[in-house]
Write a protein that binds this ligand. Structure first.
Ligand SMILES: Cc1ncc(COP(=O)(O)O)c(C=O)c1O
Length: 255
C-alpha cells in the first residue's frame, strides 16, 4: 500500500531504529547498554500507586473525561505553577490536559503551521518537534546546540528571512539530550526575538524537576512577556515517574 507523501518524506523514527538494533543484538546475546528512550529508574511513588489502585475500581472513572481534562486536575496544575514558579494561571482557560506531553508537542504544529511555513527545531533534540512540524507541512530549520554556546541556540545567527517565515520555535531546558540548563536571561532574549518576528515559543519543560545542586530550572512563563508568545509543556512521566502507565494499560487491554 502506498503511504501518503508526507509520511514517506519522514526520516525513520530514531527510537524505533534504536529499539530494532537493540533487539537484533540481544538475539545474538550481546549485553547492550541502551542509549534509546530514557526511563526514570525509580518506581512511581507509592501514594500515587495506592490512589490509582483504589480509583480504578470506581465506575465513574471508566467514562470519558471532559475534552480539556478534569477541572480538578487543571486546578492542581495551576496551584503547582503558583507554588513552584509563582506563575498565576487560570485553570479554565490556560491549562489543558494531554495524554502525555509528546501528544501536545506533536499536535501543536497542526494548530499553527501551514504548508511552507518554517519551524525552528533544536538540533540535537527530541525528535517529535520536527516530525510534528513536517507532518503539518512545515520546513524544519535546525538550530544547532553547540558546546561553545552552552548548548543554547544562537538566536543572532538565524537568518532574517528564516525568522520572518518561522511560526513556531521549540525549546527544551533542562535539555534532552545535552543535559544543558539555561537561566531566565536566555528566556528574556527568546521573548524579545519571538515578539519581533511573531513566533510562538513551545517550551518543553519535561525535565524541570530533574536538576542538581542548587539549580532550580525556571519556567519560560516566569519571564515578562512570555505569556504573550509562549506555551509550556510539562510531563508527569519524569516528575512523578509515570512514563510506563499508558503502556501498562495498553498491554492490559490487549491481553
Ligand atoms: C524532552 C522530552 N520531552 C517530552 C517527552 C515526552 O514525555 P511524555 O511522557 O509526557 O509524553 C520526553 C520523553 O522522553 C522527552 O525526553
Amino acid at each position: 500500500m502506498k503511504v501518503a507523501e508526507r509520511l514517506a518524506a519522514l526520516p525513520p523514527y530514531l527510537f524505533a531504529r534504536i529499539e530494532q538494533k537493540i533487539e537484533e543484538l540481544e538475539e545474538k546475546n550481546v549485553d547492550v547498554i541502551s542509549l534509546g528512550i530514557g526511563d526514570p529508574d525509580l518506581p512511581t511513588p507509592p501514594h500515587i500507586v495506592q490512589v490509582l489502585q483504589e480509583q480504578v475500581k470506581n465506575p465513574e472513572n471508566h467514562r470519558y473525561p471532559s475534552s480539556a481534562g478534569m477541572l480538578a486536575f487543571r486546578r492542581s496544575v495551576a496551584d503547582w505553577y503558583q507554588g513552584r514558579f509563582q506563575v498565576e494561571l487560570d485553570p479554565s482557560t490556560e491549562v489543558v490536559t494531554l495524554i502525555g506531553s509528546k501528544e501536545g508537542l506533536a499536535h501543536i504544529s497542526f494548530c499553527y503551521l501551514q504548508d511552507g511555513d518554517t519551524a525552528l527545531i533544536p538540533d540535537p533534540g527530541y525528535p517529535v518537534y520536527g516530525i510534528g512540524a513536517a507532518l503539518a507541512g512545515a520546513k524544519n530549520y535546525l538550530l544547532p546546540l553547540k558546546e561553545e554556546n552552552g548548548f543554547l541556540p544562537d538566536l543572532r545567527n538565524i537568518p532574517t528571512d528564516v525568522s520572518k517565515n518561522a511560526k513556531l520555535m521549540f525549546l527544551n531546558y533542562p535539555n534532552n539530550p545535552t543535559g544543558a540548563t539555561c537561566d531566565q536571561s536566555f528566556f528574556e532574549d527568546v521573548v524579545e526575538y519571538a515578539k519581533s518576528f511573531d513566533i510562538i515559543v513551545c517550551h518543553d519543560a519535561a525535565y524541570s524537576e530533574i536538576t542538581y545542586n542548587d539549580y532550580d530550572a525556571p519556567s519560560f512563563l516566569q519571564v515578562p512577556g512570555a505569556r504573550d508568545v509562549g506555551i509550556e509543556f510539562h510531563s508527569l512521566s519524569k516528575t512523578y515517574k509515570y512514563d510506563g502507565w499508558v503502556a501498562w494499560w495498553r498491554q492490559g487491554i490487549e491481553n
